[in-house]
Design a protein around this ligand. Structure first.
Ligand SMILES: Nc1ncnc2c1ncn2[C@@H]1O[C@H](COP(=O)(O)OP(=O)(O)O)[C@@H](O)[C@H]1O
Ligand SMILES: Cc1cn([C@H]2C[C@H](O)[C@@H](COP(=O)(O)OP(=O)(O)O)O2)c(=O)[nH]c1=O
Length: 191
């Protein structure tokens, strides 16, 4: 089973993935961007937010995704794969930019992933106040510097992206107790 943990920056994805890992003997834990060696280099570029062109940024994320699917996802589809982000983030963040047509977002992601998507996506949903608090606790990267309203809009775009990609989305309140969230995800995965 290939699942993804989705959510805006600071929603608690890395925290949950560290907890979930302990419940699986040989799960493949991965992420986007940066799940492969090439992806790590791409991640550096995109997090620096140096690209002037939104299309260039989108295509860099697609390149990371193509490498991720070929090197990590495809060879491990017989295992449990838990990814920190996925094409759902890819479509969501690009939807928010508004520069690329929805049909192109979908066809380009199909091209990059060979149509391989998570079977389930867990959205860790943050309310504005909790997001503001969590952002105040960290050094912001180039994308996070775009601000709270930008990230809240992304959260809505994640819901829209899952619908567009026809992926089952389970939404969880990200402000719940950490262990409670882990239990909720596990109960759903093992259902
Ligand atoms: N359920 C939670 N309740 C309160 N704080 C949380 C919760 N989950 C994560 N955090 C805190 O929020 C911050 C961001 O968590 P992180 O897992 O790094 O988010 P992400 O990977 O989505 O950016 C960290 O300081 C983490 O300790
Ligand atoms: C996978 C992906 C991420 N992103 C954004 C989301 C994040 O801001 C950043 C990825 O950095 P990441 O470390 O995953 O963010 P965080 O852990 O804070 O949630 O890139 C895109 O814009 N497009 C994509 O396709």
């Amino acid at each position: 089973m290939y699942i993804a943990i989705e959510g805006i920056d600071t929603a608690g994805k890395s925290t949950q993935i560290k907890k979930l890992e302990k419940h699986f003997d040989n799960a493949v834990i991965t992420k986007e961007p940066g799940g492969t060696d090439v992806g790590k280099e791409i991640r550096e570029i995109v997090l620096s937010a140096k690209t002037k062109s939104k299309k260039a940024e989108f295509l860099l994320f697609l390149a990371d995704r193509a490498e991720h699917v070929k090197e990590i996802i495809k060879p491990n589809l017989d295992k449990t794969i838990i990814s920190d982000r996925s094409a759902v983030s890819g479509v969501a963040y690009a939807l928010a930019q508004g520069e690329i047509e929805k049909k192109d977002l979908l066809s380009l992601n199909n091209f990059a992933t060979d149509g391989i998507y998570p079977s389930k996506v867990f959205l860790l949903f943050l309310e504005k106040k909790e997001l503001e608090f969590r952002l105040s606790q960290k050094k912001l990267d180039g994308i996070e510097l775009r601000g709270v309203e930008y990230l809240l809009n992304i959260q809505n775009c994640i819901i829209e992206a899952a619908k567009l990609l026809n992926i089952e989305l389970i939404t969880i309140n990200a402000a719940k107790n950490i262990d409670e969230i882990t239990k909720e995800i596990l109960n759903n995965i093992k259902k």
